[in-house]
Design a protein around this ligand. Structure first.
Ligand code: HPA
Ligand code: ZN
Length: 326
């Protein structure tokens, strides 16, 4: 089959990957043992069989439980190194990696352990495999604005080790407006800004991510098609959407993969991209997302080139790197 081979071989950027969502059950158990953390699951098999999600929250509960085994800088390094090795095999030339510091600092882990471990893995990956990688700090939207500001303060001494901020966790009931002042401060600091919006939440949350938070990309954004004026705005502004097909299938944003609206997003002229979100939980890394989506929807090589080109264009990599990859 020529199309799956093209999908795997083409150089691409991954712009929507939560590093804690790359933690495979085997590594969760290995870290639990190394750190003396006890888990409410007997073994890898029992943990894996708990991965039966019905919506975003049912996933987040188990995702935060899995992250509880991460304690030391080396743990964060090992996790990110494993992801980057896997991404390099998928011909990812650029990865912009989300991390959720509040999940860790709330358990007494220092911000420095988190950021330094992840950053060192990014540096080593560039040296060893030639993959360009950068970090995006995400605020947990189910927590307060005050908590987000405190997190930003803790991270600022390490500002040279991340390129931007994002917004993730439970979407419905936590609109972007809640973080207007935090994002304004981040923009002043010269950080890139992105936000999850329109995964389960309404088009109104995509509007406020754009107009209130003034983000440069929308993570997910698949609910945009419910609002034709919003689609026009996203198209005219060239605002990238980081779409995650297998995630959307597992969390029942769409009933199945053939029903996914990525072909329509492209048809509407939007800068959509394909990403893995939380590959250890959703059944596949970026190339699995590409191959399964293309098999399900009948998209063609033309779409493949468009998606790869979109991902490189939408990345925050230096323009010289983008030109070299194009
Ligand atoms: N949505 C919101 N929060 C998240 C996700 C997601 O898909 N993955 C990890 N945290
Ligand atoms: Zn996500």
């Amino acid at each position: 089959e020529r199309l799956p081979a093209l999908l795997r071989a083409m150089p691409k950027a991954e712009l929507h990957i939560h590093i804690e969502g790359s933690l495979e059950p085997e590594m969760i158990f290995a870290l639990a043992q190394r750190n003396g953390v006890s888990l409410p699951y007997a073994d890898v098999q029992a943990l894996r069989s708990a991965y039966a999600f019905t919506d975003l929250q049912s996933f987040l509960d188990i995702y935060y439980a899995g992250a509880s085994v991460l304690l030391h800088e080396q743990d964060f390094y090992d996790m990110a190194r494993a992801y980057l090795a896997r991404a390099a095999m998928d011909n990812v030339v650029r990865a912009e990696i989300f991390f959720d510091p509040q999940t860790h600092t709330a358990r007494g882990v220092s911000m420095a352990a988190v950021v330094n471990g992840l950053h060192r893995a990014c540096e080593d990956a560039r040296a060893e495999w030639g993959i360009s990688a950068a970090l995006i700090l995400c605020f947990l939207r189910h927590l307060s604005e005050e908590d987000a500001f405190a997190t930003l303060e803790q991270a600022l001494p390490l500002q040279d080790k991340f390129i931007g901020v994002g917004l993730d966790s439970s979407e419905v009931g936590h609109p972007p407006e809640k973080f207007a002042r935090v994002f304004a401060r981040c923009r002043q600091l010269g950080l890139h800004t992105v936000a999850h919006a329109g995964e389960e939440g309404p088009p109104a949350y995509i509007w406020s991510a754009l107009d209130v938070l003034k983000v440069e990309r929308i993570d997910h954004g698949v609910q945009a098609l419910r609002d034709p004026v919003l689609v026009q705005r996203l198209a005219q502004g060239g605002v990238p959407l980081t779409v995650c097909p297998l995630s959307n299938q597992k969390l029942r944003v769409f009933p199945d993969l053939p029903a996914h609206n990525l072909p329509q997003l492209l048809e509407a002229g939007l800068c959509a991209t394909v990403n893995s979100d939380d590959p250890a939980y959703f059944g596949g890394y970026i190339n699995d997302n590409f191959t399964q989506l293309f098999a399900a929807t009948g998209m063609t090589a033309r779409h493949a080139y468009q998606l790869a080109s979109n991902s490189l264009q939408a990345s925050f990599a230096p323009e010289a790197d983008k030109r070299a990859w194009a």
